[in-house]
Design a protein around this ligand. Structure first.
Ligand SMILES: Nc1nc2c(ncn2[C@@H]2O[C@H](COP(=O)(O)OP(=O)(O)OP(=O)(O)O)[C@@H](O)[C@H]2O)c(=O)[nH]1
Ligand SMILES: [Mg+2]
Length: 325
């Protein structure tokens, strides 16, 4: 970890960059383990990870397939260090990037000590993607925890009926009903994870919040703004890369990023009339970057045509995605 990564973790954990936060006493019976959050696209996995960690680590949008890679969020609860693994939504993939995303999600589940399946309980019925996930876990003889999310949107009777329907699979050892958005029910879920991760030493310093390098975090922030501000196929045709990172003596940082698009028409949409759209995207991204870095940020965004970025290997490796999945 570099010094600047360290600043990110301290800032996100609410400590100041001088590092004089009260030291956490050494645990007498440390526990540490991985909890994978899996589910259909848009179930609220990233929202839940952020809520459980208490900081924004993973990007969130109302659109499906926002998360493209595994994202680690480190949560502390008493003597337990819980390593939450946010994963891309699991669906039937068609393109190379989609296959890599779904493979990353299953890998996250396979490697974890505990698997939590999230379901958007606001849906009328159990969707095919979720059904497929539960059936695959059952086939593999894997037990999991069911998290019925978005309970702020539905009535309790409906929840009980859903829980009963899921119980028939005989995969779930526990069922939790939560709202990742309002925080309802999260305390019980957190306590459960804290007590269920195996005994063992912590793998990360307790004030660290993620293992994601700053450059990737910064790219994700811009990608989130693209997902929030663009429509139809456009956000899915984009990829963001942090190209330059210059730190100045006055404490500010200049970040240069490229937004790759697959067609000229998409480039025109992202730029907007007189550059209005890119300006909005850039402002929103810069504000959030400055907040997580705890210092002024100058952000320079360039939009470049790269028709085949989704077929290029260097778009996969930095994100831990398997090009050949
Ligand atoms: N009302 C309500 N909305 C929620 C809740 N949790 C998440 N959402 C919303 O659901 C949408 C999707 O949330 P994400 O956290 O991005 O979902 P995800 O499962 O990570 O989605 P992918 O990364 O695309 O697979 C966002 O608009 C969230 O604000 C909840 O408990 N209640
Ligand atoms: Mg997500």
């Amino acid at each position: 970890m570099t010094d600047s990564d360290d600043i990110v973790s301290r800032f996100l954990s609410g400590q100041d960059a001088s590092g004089d936060a009260p030291a956490r006493p050494a645990p007498t019976h440390p526990r540490c383990g991985f909890v994978a959050l899996v589910g259909a696209p848009n179930a609220g996995k990233s929202t839940l990870l952020n809520a459980l960690v208490g900081s924004k680590i993973s990007i969130v949008s109302p659109k499906v397939q926002t998360t493209r890679s595994r994202v680690l969020g480190i949560g502390m609860a008493g003597d337990s260090q819980i390593l939450y693994v946010d994963t891309p939504g699991i669906f039937t993939p068609k393109k190379r990037l989609e296959r890599a995303m779904v493979a990353a999600a299953w890998q996250g589940a396979t490697d974890a000590d505990q698997v939590a399946v999230l379901f958007d309980a606001a849906q009328k019925r159990i969707d095919d993607d979720t059904r497929g996930i539960v059936e695959k876990l059952k086939e593999a003889g894997r037990k999991a925890v069911l998290v019925l999310n978005k309970i702020d949107l539905i009535k309790r009777e409906r929840l009980l009926a859903l829980a009963a329907e899921f119980a028939e699979y005989d995969v779930f050892t526990e069922t939790f009903m939560v709202s990742a958005l309002t925080g309802d029910g999260l305390e019980g879920l957190l306590k459960f994870f804290a007590s269920s991760v195996p005994e063992g030493p912590w793998l990360y310093p307790p004030d660290q919040l993620s293992d994601m390098p700053e450059r990737l975090l910064a790219a994700e922030i811009t990608r989130e703004k693209l997902f929030l501000q663009l429509h139809q196929e456009v956000p899915y045709a984009t990829s963001v890369e942090t190209e330059t990172w210059e730190e100045f003596e006055n404490g500010s940082v200049r970040i240069g990023q490229v937004i790759y698009v697959q067609r000229d028409t998409q480039k025109a949409i992202i730029l907007g009339k007189g550059g209005a759209r890119i300006k909005q995207i850039s402002t929103a991204a810069r504000v959030e970057m400055a907040e997580f870095l705890g210092r002024p940020v100058h952000l320079m965004l360039f939009v470049k045509l790269r028709e085949n970025w989704a077929e290029e290997r260097d778009q996969y490796e930095p994100w831990g995605l398997d090009y050949n999945a």
